[in-house]
Design a protein around this ligand. Structure first.
Ligand code: C2E
Ligand code: MG
Ligand code: MG
Ligand code: MG
Length: 292
């Protein structure tokens, strides 16, 4: 302040910032080559119809286990991919792979849907709609079997543009879901304006739905509002029977979470989870009233 001094690196404590910048750089380098080499994996988590207990969809979730870095969490590498623009290549790979894999599964119902997460950066890309059309044509997947999940943050950044992009996607015949609803700057106006078929209630509300009356009030409000607007409701992060039972009683249509199944790589175990009859309305409601 008011004077100048020579910079001397020795006076600066080894900064965590420099380390974390270096780490970010090396993660970015590894992610770029992993995407190019097709080295990411997809895990699939069942989405269950609460009334019938049947799996009606799977959500594709990207997984990265790197030879040098080990397992890197999606929240970390997706955010990095968004900051660096790698998300466009990553997102194209996820979309193509998920559609192709699900179209090829012979052991599961031919009406089973596949949900794919779409980042704000992808939604803002003018080529996105034609990319989706190309993938559908290339894999032969019926458009109504694909559901694209966008977050509120993605949509709100430019509500006007997002709405028109979503309308173009709807014209292709794909389904749309609003992901992580309730986090960020949720507003019921966004819910009304965005042309989505389904609203996914964020795990943070579902967590406390069976234990916090205040959270239960909010979840019920979202479910009722979504239904009045003609949207279906999916609850995310259901871990316990009590939550499933409560959500069913409140009118939620779909649910997803460890209670029904973890995200799994394509395997015999995944096929088994997808074909299984999960606890449905009868069993869940009996459990709720304590009647065996
Ligand atoms: P999301 O789309 O909301 O996905 C749900 C997340 O909740 C997943 O985390 C899933 O593993 C986790 N989860 C599911 N059931 C439960 C449960 O019962 N309890 C708990 N505690 N967690 C549960 P994951 O796989 O770590 O992914 C995190 C986020 O990363 C996703 O949130 C999504 O926003 C993003 N993501 C993952 N894959 C992709 C991708 O291919 N593209 C894009 N753009 N984003 C992706
Ligand atoms: Mg999602
Ligand atoms: Mg979510
Ligand atoms: Mg999320």
């Amino acid at each position: 302040r008011g004077r100048a001094e020579h910079f001397d690196a020795a006076l600066v404590p080894p900064s965590a910032d420099a380390d974390s910048v270096r780490r970010q750089r090396s993660i970015e380098r590894r992610l770029r080559s992993t995407i190019q080499e097709g080295g990411l994996q997809l895990h699939y988590q069942p989405v269950v119809d609460l009334c019938s207990g049947r799996v009606t969809a799977v959500e594709a979730l990207a997984r990265w286990c790197d030879v040098e870095l080990g397992f890197v969490a999606p929240d970390q590498f997706i955010a990095l991919a968004e900051r660096t623009g790698l998300i466009l290549d990553l997102g194209r790979w996820v979309l193509r792979t998920a559609c192709a894999e699900v179209a090829s599964w012979r052991a599961v119902s031919s009406s089973m849907r596949i949900s794919v997460n779409v980042s704000a950066v992808q939604l803002a890309d003018p080529d996105f709609v034609s990319d989706v059309a190309d993938v559908l044509a290339g894999t032969g997947l019926a458009p109504e079997r694909l559901c694209l999940e966008v977050t509120e943050t993605a949509a709100i950044a430019d509500l006007e543009e997002a709405t028109s992009r979503l309308q173009d996607l709807r014209r292709l015949g794909v389904r749309l879901a609003l992901d992580d609803f309730g986090t960020g700057h949720s507003s019921l106006t966004t819910l009304r304006r965005l042309p989505v078929h389904t609203v996914k209630i964020d795990r943070s509300f579902v967590d406390r739905v069976a234990t916090s009356p205040a959270d239960a009030v909010l979840v019920r409000l979202v479910i009722d509002t979504a239904h009045s607007l003609g949207r279906r409701v999916c609850a995310e992060g259901v871990e316990h029977a009590e939550q499933a039972q409560q959500l069913l009683a409140m009118g939620a249509d779909l649910a997803q979470g460890w209670f029904f199944g973890m995200p799994l790589a394509p395997s015999a175990e995944l096929t088994d989870v997808l074909q299984r009859q999960h606890p449905a309305s009868d069993a869940l409601l009996r459990r709720g009233t304590g009647v065996p």
